[in-house]
Write a protein that binds this ligand. Structure first.
Ligand code: F6P
Length: 548
């Protein structure tokens, strides 16, 4: 079954939300908290090791009810069934969207073209397990008989961001293997990494779903050529493995058939870390931890599938985001994890969210007449407090922000963790309440400031507050909770794409630049620049003159 095709602005719920927005837009959250003592009790969800408090949002019960009406009118229940059961919901690529099957249980059954894909998934999982164990234990050795010490993941986009984010995120659980990530076609990137490597003890994991991606193939060739300065052709089989759907191209590259980890076209690149794309994760933290990551995601899948929408974390997050994006006109959202381990979470989610929902043609084939994909950005707290929080507190833009914190730190340094988390709580409180002119004036009095200076400074020191935040308080950062967290955002993406009536699982928007880059490369090589606008022609000629 395909997804319902409804312009959301034509629904009864959307029109009711527009009316409701005018009732509520000037009511402050400060007022809402004063008027409703049960607010936090009503607007939080406790699930597994997660607590989500969404009471610091510009909503009341009516807002939530209307947003839930919107989800129902759009056919969310049926949509979720189609998503999990392997229907062709990626219609523009004629594919199912089944990253959820990668973390399903062994006894589950998920059909693609009438065939249960779970046994195949477990076959690959077993291959990941035994390969990782052999590398970690030193059972498998390099061409001089030494154990491996370094792993290099070569890939880009979904074939890089997921593994890189998780390996960094789970650093606490990491073994002795050093991990490196080469992604950019920028030759300086690969050169910097090669310098750190010893060929006889380095394993290269080439990850490319299509095995046609310019960046990954170029980096792989450069690395193989470098490797062959120290080793023989037959040693490549011991040091290079690949993860891909394109067995033909991988074999042509010279990789041994046994060293290919397959994946499937029903796994989108940006949702693929759960597949063999996560091989580097399994190598870095061991298969058991990789499996726990998968089971955390599976738990979130079950929550999303069976929980009623009013207590369903991904559904509530998606609806709140639509509320700000489509009614308040918010342009972006921030994601602030209060752990340095998750410093790559925002770039990772940028691909997931913006490549999926950055679309302007609806499922009816027409240009949408409303806003779709949100811009997401972020950095860990407290660093971000000293960077861009000024704008969130006192700028002119409304930036709904997710705060992600953990009750326990991993090394158990209580002093640091209490300081970190004091900042976490202080920020959401400050964003809610702000500081009014009376409070500022009282502070001035206590500070013995001249009345002239106080008058001048007062407007600059006022914080309006009323800035929306979601607070996630999670027990601790483990493979399991990280798996749940990532899956939570994946399902948020699905719900938003469904409601915005777009196709979330293709990415045609990245093709044009790739095509043009190929023809420009030919012109740079032949030094014959033609058929461009005057600006591009001028720039290319300048580059060729200085580059050759
Ligand atoms: O940027 C476009 C894209 O297709 C992403 O969706 C994907 O993750 C990335 O390129 C890498 O693709 P591949 O794994 O096929 O090399």
């Amino acid at each position: 079954m395909s997804l319902q095709n409804t312009n959301p602005t034509t629904t009864i719920a959307w029109q009711a939300l527009e009316k409701h927005f005018h009732e509520i837009e000037n009511v402050t959250m400060q007022q809402m908290f004063q008027d409703d003592k049960l607010r936090t009790q009503n607007f939080h969800i406790k699930w597994d090791k997660f607590l989500l408090d969404y009471s610091k949002n510009r909503i009341n019960q009516k807002t939530i009810n209307l947003l839930l009406d919107l989800a129902n009118e759009i056919g969310l229940k049926e949509g979720v069934n189609s998503y999990f059961s392997g229907d062709i919901i990626n219609q523009t690529e004629n594919r199912a969207v089944l990253h959820t099957a990668l973390r399903a249980n062994k006894n589950d059954s998920v059909l693609v073209d009438g065939e249960n894909v779970i046994p195949e998934i477990f076959e690959v999982k077993n291959k990941i397990k035994s390969f990782s164990e052999d590398i970690i234990s030193g059972n498998k050795k390099g061409f001089t008989g030494k154990s491996f010490t370094d792993i290099v993941n070569i890939g880009i986009g979904g074939s890089d961001l997921g593994p890189a984010m998780v390996v960094e995120g789970l650093q606490f659980y990491k073994n002795h293997l050093n991990t490196h990530f080469v992604s950019n076609v920028d030759g300086d990137h690969v050169s910097e990494i090669i310098q750190k490597l010893i060929p006889e003890t380095t394993l290269f994991v080439i990850v490319s779903k299509t095995f046609t991606t310019q960046e990954t193939l170029t980096n792989s060739e450069t690395i193989r050529n470098w490797f062959l300065k120290f080793a023989k052709q037959e040693d490549v089989a011991k040091h290079f493995v690949a993860v891909s759907t394109n067995i033909k191209n991988v074999t042509e590259f010279g990789i041994d058939k046994n060293n290919i980890f397959p994946m499937w076209d029903w796994v989108g690149g940006r949702f693929s870390l759960w597949s063999a794309v996560g091989l580097t994760i399994s190598l870095a933290v061991g298969f058991d931890n990789f499996d726990k990551l998968l089971s955390g995601a599976n738990k979130m899948d079950t929550h999303f599938k069976i929980e009623s929408f009013d207590k369903n974390i991904p559904v509530i997050l998606a609806l709140l985001s639509i509320w700000y994006n489509n009614f308040f006109g918010a342009e972006s959202e921030a994601i602030i994890p209060y752990t340095q381990y998750l410093q790559k979470l925002a770039p990772y989610l940028q691909q997931g969210i913006m490549e999926s929902n950055g679309k302007s043609i609806g499922r009816d084939g027409k240009t949408v007449n409303y806003q779709t994909g949100t811009i997401v950005w972020g950095e860990p707290g407290t660093n971000s407090q000293h960077a861009f929080f000024q704008l969130i507190h006192q700028g002119t833009k409304l930036i709904p922000t997710d705060f992600i914190g953990f009750s326990k730190s991993l090394y158990g340094n209580k002093d640091h963790h209490d300081k970190l988390m004091s900042n976490f709580f202080a920020q959401t409180e400050a964003l809610l309440h702000g500081k009014n002119s009376n409070q500022v004036a009282t502070e001035f009095k206590e500070q013995d400031i001249s009345s002239e200076t106080a008058k001048f400074l007062l407007p600059y020191k006022v914080f309006e507050g009323n800035k929306p935040t979601n607070t996630f308080l999670i027990d601790s950062l483990t493979p399991e909770t990280l798996g749940s967290l990532i899956a939570m955002y994946e399902h948020k993406i699905f719900v938003q794409g469904l409601i915005w009536n777009i196709f979330s699982y293709d990415q045609w928007g990245v093709e044009l630049g790739k095509q043009l880059a190929n023809s420009i490369l030919r012109e740079i090589n032949t030094q014959e620049v033609k058929n461009h606008d005057s600006s591009t022609e001028f720039l290319l000629n300048h580059f060729i003159k200085n580059n050759h």
